[in-house]
Write a protein of this length. Structure first.
Ligand SMILES: Cc1cc2nc3c(=O)[nH]c(=O)nc-3n(C[C@H](O)[C@H](O)[C@H](O)COP(=O)(O)OP(=O)(O)OC[C@H]3O[C@@H](n4cnc5c(N)ncnc54)[C@H](O)[C@@H]3O)c2cc1C
Length: 452
């Protein structure tokens, strides 16, 4: 499901269903979950192990925050519904509002795709700024509190062993405390300990899929002339495993992230970064690095070994009083920029699951709603990763046929703005991948042309 296929947020559909909800993890998924829960619980407490910064700054618990983060339209649109005026807040805080159809240069299958007629704003900022603006909006809601420098150590169970009734936390002084809650939402990310905890308490672990890609990101910040809004996304395309996402961000800078799959990794030094950028089929990014001052201290690196999906919706039994959301369920090859938007759409599904029945069987209703959100994003990223024969793991059925179709479509989109629009709406999670199989689109892809 995408933003076009999930009903809109409507707070009037949700009744108060409990006194206290706890969200563990104060990153993007946790902030969205807490926003939705604030409609249904008198109090919501966000528990975060990091000290929460009082200005936009990278933090230890979100190491990916040093790297490029694109906020796709599905995520922006959902955040706008949850926090009216959110996009303006981002821009006031310094984010760049670029036009996806003109400023964003998307290169795949040997050329740039054509400019579409579909004007879509894309708000470009550092990840710490996006999180900071979201946190500021959440903190302004009555009943929401943050306990930072506070670590989840254990869920609390009732005597029957079927219901989570709170959490045990440890603060920065080492003191532990039990915090009661009617609902606990695990948003601790990819390294969540919920699967092991379930196994230790007589439940099944969620089935797990891993698709290995051996990806590494290297990132620098570069000075940017204030009026230069150019953004570049060069996709990896076999046999070239190298790519870049380069975006204009706040404070007159570009964030330049270079990445490489399957061992062809970008180096961690500036000279090596420049050489790597020069090897890309688009010379603009190397020129950005060469012609402008580097303003970051050094090169930040981040390894991302595999796409990871935990199929919680397949569990027959799951404790009451507990839900998991965000990267805890699935994390995707970041070059497709989906994670924050998937978290936002999952938050929207949590809202609808609460509206449909309150706390009773909430996890079952939520996981059923979340499956297609996760699977859409999974099929886009994993499907594309399987263009490389070195990619290993469970391949979604039909991937090879779909990849041949998408390859032809992308080549046609070099000259066809309608196809470029259609593709862009799928990549930004506004429309489901099946929208690319509408007869009007299929005809444009398969009709013979002089060049394909
Ligand atoms: C290199 C990279 C680039 C990315 N680029 C993009 C992009 O362009 N666009 C996009 O939308 N997404 C991107 N993503 C994905 C995005 O960062 C995540 O999907 C998004 O942050 C949502 O994650 P989350 O909140 O579920 O988990 P996380 O961001 O991992 O946050 C987990 C939080 O839980 C806290 N925590 C963990 N354990 C405990 C504990 N025991 N007690 C208390 N707190 C705890 C952590 O400190 C942290 O704050 C990227 C990811 C990576 C790795």
């Amino acid at each position: 499901m995408t933003v076009a296929t999930i009903p809109e947020y409507d707070h009037s559909n949700v009744a108060m269903v409990g006194e206290h909800a706890v969200v563990v993890g104060g990153s993007m998924a946790g902030l969205v979950a807490a926003r939705v829960l604030a409609d249904a619980f008198e109090r919501v407490t966000v528990i975060e192990r990091d000290a929460f910064p009082d200005e936009p700054r990278p933090r230890r618990g979100v190491p990916q925050g040093n790297h490029v983060h694109a906020l796709l339209e599905a995520g922006r649109d959902t955040l706008e519904d949850l926090f009216p005026g959110y996009s303006d807040d981002l821009v006031s805080a310094g984010a760049m509002d670029i036009d996806l159809s003109t400023d964003f240069n998307f290169y795949d299958e040997g050329d740039f795709v054509a400019s579409g007629s579909h004007h879509v704003s894309m708000y470009c900022a550092t990840r710490p700024l996006i999180e900071y603006v979201t946190w500021r909006r959440l903190a302004a809601i009555d009943g929401v509190a943050l306990r930072d420098e506070c670590h989840l150590t254990e869920y609390l169970m009732d005597d029957t062993g079927t219901t989570v009734v709170g959490v045990t936390v440890r603060d920065e002084t080492g003191t532990t405390e039990e915090v009661e809650a009617d609902l606990v939402v695990d948003c601790t990310g990819r390294t969540s300990s919920t699967p092991e905890w379930l196994a230790d308490h007589g439940y099944r672990r969620p089935p797990r899929d891993e698709v290995e890609i051996d990806l590494v990101y290297s990132t620098i910040l570069v000075e940017r002339p204030p009026t230069d809004m150019r953004a570049f996304h060069v996709m990896p395309c076999p046999p070239r495993a190298r790519s870049t996402v380069t975006l204009p961000i706040e404070d007159d800078r570009w964030v330049v992230t270079l990445s490489g799959l399957h061992g062809d990794h970008p180096p961690a030094d500036l000279d090596g970064m420049l050489e790597f950028a020069k090897s890309l089929p688009v010379d603009a990014v190397a020129r950005i690095i060469e012609d402008h001052e580097i303003v970051s201290d050094g090169v930040e690196q981040y390894p991302f070994p595999a796409n990871l999906r935990r199929r919680y919706w397949e569990l027959e039994r799951f404790p009451d009083g507990l839900v998991v959301l965000g990267d805890t369920i699935a994390s995707f090859n970041p070059i497709y920029g989906q994670g924050m938007s998937v978290a936002a759409l999952e938050g929207l599904q949590l809202h609808h699951a609460l509206a449909a029945g309150g706390r009773d069987d909430l996890a079952v209703r939520f996981f059923n709603r979340v499956e297609s959100v996760v699977d859409n994003a999974w099929n886009v990223s994993v499907g594309s990763d399987f263009r490389f024969e070195e990619t290993t793991g469970p391949k979604p059925p039909g991937t090879d046929i779909l990849n041949r179709y998408l390859s032809r479509m992308t080549r046609k989109a070099h000259d066809d703005g309608t196809l470029a629009d259609a593709y862009s709406r799928v990549v930004t999670m506004e429309e489901p991948p099946t929208s690319l199989l509408r007869p009007s689109i299929v005809w444009r892809v398969v009709k013979p042309s002089l060049t394909t």
